[in-house]
Design a protein around this ligand. Structure first.
Ligand SMILES: [Zn+2]
Length: 307
């Protein structure tokens, strides 16, 4: 995601929350680098929807806050499909968790393709867009390859200024018609990262909210008649990193590929400052927290919305 200076992409999170009811686990996306000034303790209160894991003792050491667990809280994301089109706003939006699920799917022989609304060219404060855009484009292509995705397209909407309007819907509908996916993968479109978390990026909100409309537009032969043959095959959209997650994917066997894909965004990560962000620890910890909602070691959660 494009933010200036030491701000950076945000991704899927599940947080340990210490409240009056004890320690609980909540889905949220914390902004580690998005708001690097927030301490770890403060981040623990920036949380989203509470899962049904239940509270545990407040005396539990922080490192073992996950010890007592209830059963899985989320359903498994359906995998009875052949082709997915992942559509997000920026380079790296998919790499904060979703790409580990993509690795699982491509390993199973599924066809997954990426479409990005922008090239993230306004995302690094110290680097002008004309230099940043090509670098982040190359990093996104490498990140996709790390999880078995060879089709990556960019719609070239302006980073930071994406608008959910007719132009975006047309471009998304055209992409859906051209790729003819069974399902669409997106990223959190909700206003905030969790019920009380930070404000979500405008491009994430705009692209995410446009997707269901674009999927319907793609099916309507009387709309965007110069944008390909109608495609009515999209069954649902699954949004990663949502504070209202409904489903999850077991990525235990694919967490390494997920980390590898995140590491590909080196330019962005390096601009967070030396040692400011450890992609390996970050992703493993968050997928481990998400895995609790599924009863697995590592998981990725999604909000599924039927089209
Ligand atoms: Zn983003």
């Amino acid at each position: 995601m494009p933010e200036s200076g030491k701000r950076a992409a945000i991704g899927p999170f599940t947080y340990v929350h210490r409240g009056r009811g004890g320690i609980s686990v909540r889905n949220c996306v914390p902004d580690t680098h998005f708001r690097p000034e927030i301490s770890g303790a403060e981040r623990a209160t920036v949380c989203g929807r509470r899962t049904s894991l239940g509270a545990v003792s407040t005396s539990e050491p922080a490192g073992r806050a996950d010890a007592p667990q209830a059963g899985p809280a989320l359903d498994r994301l359906p995998e009875d499909w052949d082709r997915a089109l992942a559509v997000v706003a920026h380079p790296d939006d998919l790499e904060y968790g979703a790409s580990a699920a993509v690795a699982r799917w491509t390993a199973a022989g599924k066809d997954v393709r990426y479409v990005l609304a922008t090239r993230g060219e306004a995302g690094i404060d110290s680097m002008p867009p004309e230099q940043c855009g090509p670098l982040r484009t190359a990093e996104q292509v490498a990140a996709a390859a790390a999880v078995g995705v060879s089709v990556v397209e960019f719609l070239d909407h302006p980073d930071g200024l994406v608008v959910n309007g007719i132009e975006l819907r047309r471009d998304l509908a055209e992409a859906i018609r051209r790729h003819r996916p069974d399902v669409v993968i997106g990223s959190n479109f909700r206003d905030r990262w969790g019920e009380s978390g930070p404000w979500n990026h405008v491009d994430h909100r705009e692209v995410g909210r446009a997707l269901p409309d674009a999927a319907r537009d793609a099916a309507n032969r009387w709309l965007f008649t110069d944008a390909g043959e109608p495609w009515a095959g999209v069954r649902w959209i699954a949004y990663a990193s949502s504070p209202a997650s409904t489903h999850g994917v077991d990525v235990t066997d694919h967490i390494d590929a997920g980390v590898a894909s995140l590491v590909c965004h080196g330019t962005y990560i390096d601009n967070l400052g030396e040692g400011a962000f450890d992609p390996d620890a970050f992703l493993r910890d968050n997928c481990h927290q998400a895995g609790k909602t599924l009863g697995v070691q590592y998981g990725v959660t999604f909000e599924l919305i039927p089209v």
